[in-house]
Design a binder for this molecule. Structure first.
Ligand code: UD1
Length: 434
């Protein structure tokens, strides 16, 4: 991706459906033996991969633009494909729905972005509490439900930490279990609520999603649904940081402003005017000056770890010293060194980044190390003077729906080029005579 930075953006950006909702709703569709229609599904490499996982399980998947039709009536394969699951963490969460439907599941341990150890012990312990026998051997999580009816049993589960994925896995497993399941210290993220609403639209009995205690009363069977995914709060937040760093006037919709409260509050603290227009739009206006601020990432409703990297780009050009404390993942500050290539002044010690604001960033070749790190480099590139060339687009394509085209439509000077073209551009300054 090549970006010629320093140009303000203007116009409307349509926010796509939430990646982390769409992926887990696709896993949730396995709970139902009738037609499930999911709307507002973003065009992402991860959605394509998740479709491949479902197809490999024998599930019918048909996509028409942003509408995805899933039918898991004849699904009988309990073994998920290694090559796909190891590339996509969310696909592991389907262990909950596969086990609930079939009483047996074989799931390779998950992959996804390398931002920390990312174990699955909370998922496993919760499933065991519901009566599953689980063994991890040779990198595969083998689970089965003993007994003649192979049905999971409702249980009281306390999560050591409010893991998003574990809450989702266990909520899906509990929808078809025998009796009541209580998940304490549950994650409160909007995507958890979206999954609960999706399951409820199919007849599941779930209460308390969005709070720390979720109660699920198992039912025998779920019925068909037609459901629309919530807007992607992280995509919206990324466009807000892009607007803030380029001093732009942008209108974003659809969004749920409530899902973005910590992000909006932090931007306002940094001096960026954000206006709520109607119930589902946000307008960002050019800031007079960007003020430094501190961030500690936390589970929802705290500041989201997925927004930490784009905010680091913004803080790199704010007036004064900012600090980021990444408390959710243990290896999620690798974008700092790439931002330094663009002229930022960032020091990292453990999980803390110290950011001294500089007046300007200058374009350079950089590499994204994970999804949000790559997004942070795009945000920084939009503000940097001259040409920034970003590699690692495979990460960006996992989680941003046509980011370059959306930025282009609001005036960014951005272009996707082949590897050969970027190499030519990188060597050009050295070869060119003075
Ligand atoms: C989800 C999101 C991801 C986001 C993260 C935190 C999806 C597909 N991904 O990831 O974008 O950054 O929430 O908001 O929805 N942990 C354990 N044991 C477990 C599970 C998690 O120790 O069994 C730890 C993790 O290593 C991490 C922390 O808990 O340090 C939070 O992880 P979790 O909330 O589970 O994140 P994901 O569901 O993987």
């Amino acid at each position: 991706m090549q970006i010629w930075g320093g140009h303000p953006l203007q116009g409307h950006v349509k926010i796509s459906g939430a990646k982390n909702s769409a992926l887990v709703l696709m896993a949730g569709a396995l709970l139902c033996s009738e037609d499930c229609r999911i709307r507002n599904v973003p065009m992402l490499a991860d959605v394509e991969r998740m479709s491949q996982v479902l197809l490999a399980l024998g599930v019918g998947v048909k996509r028409d633009g942003e509408v995805l039709d899933i039918n898991a009536k004849d699904f009988a394969t309990s073994k998920a494909p290694y090559e796909l699951v190891t590339q996509l963490r969310a696909s592991f969460f389907a262990i909950g729905s596969i086990l609930a439907r079939l009483g047996v599941a074989q799931m390779p341990l998950p992959g996804g972005c390398a931002i920390g150890a990312r174990p699955v012990d909370l998922h496993v312990r919760g499933l065991q509490a519901m009566g599953a026998e689980v063994q991890i051997e040779h990198g595969i999580c083998n689970a089965y439900v003993p007994g003649s009816n192979r049905r999971l049993k409702g249980a009281k589960i306390y999560l050591d930490s409010p893991s998003v994925g574990a809450t989702e896995t266990l909520m899906m497993a509990a929808t078809l279990a025998d009796g009541e399941t209580l998940i304490e210290n549950a994650a409160r993220e909007p995507e958890v609520v979206d999954l609960a609403n999706f399951c409820k639209s199919m007849g599941a009995k779930i209460q308390g999603a969005g709070t720390s205690t979720i109660t699920i009363v198992g039912v025998e069977k779920l019925h068909s649904t037609d459901y629309t995914v919530i807007p992607d709060r992280i995509e919206a937040g990324t466009f807000l940081t892009a607007g803030a760093i380029t001093r732009s006037d942008l209108l974003l919709s659809p969004v749920v402003p409530e899902h973005l409260l910590p992000v909006i509050a932090k931007l306002r603290e940094m001096g960026v005017p954000i206006i709520e227009e109607g119930t589902n739009s946000l307008r960002i206006k050019p800031a007079d000056a960007l003020k430094a601020a501190d961030i500690e990432t936390l589970p929802h409703p705290g500041f989201p770890t997925d927004m930490q990297a784009p905010f680091m780009s913004l803080m790199a050009v704010a007036d004064g010293d900012s600090l980021i404390n990444e408390t959710v993942f243990e290896n999620r500050l690798r974008h700092a060194s790439e931002l330094n290539r663009l002229g930022a002044d960032i020091r990292v010690k453990g999980n803390i980044a110290f950011i001294r604001g500089v007046p300007v960033l200058s374009g350079a070749p950089v590499i994204g190390s994970d999804l949000r790190a790559a997004a942070a480099l795009v945000v920084a590139g939009l503000a940097a003077s001259g040409l920034t060339t970003i590699k690692g687009l495979q990460f960006l394509d996992r989680g941003y729906d046509r980011l370059d085209l959306k930025l282009l439509s609001v005036g960014a000077k951005i272009k996707r080029v082949s590897e050969a073209e970027t190499e030519a551009d990188e060597t050009a300054p050295y070869l060119a005579p003075k």
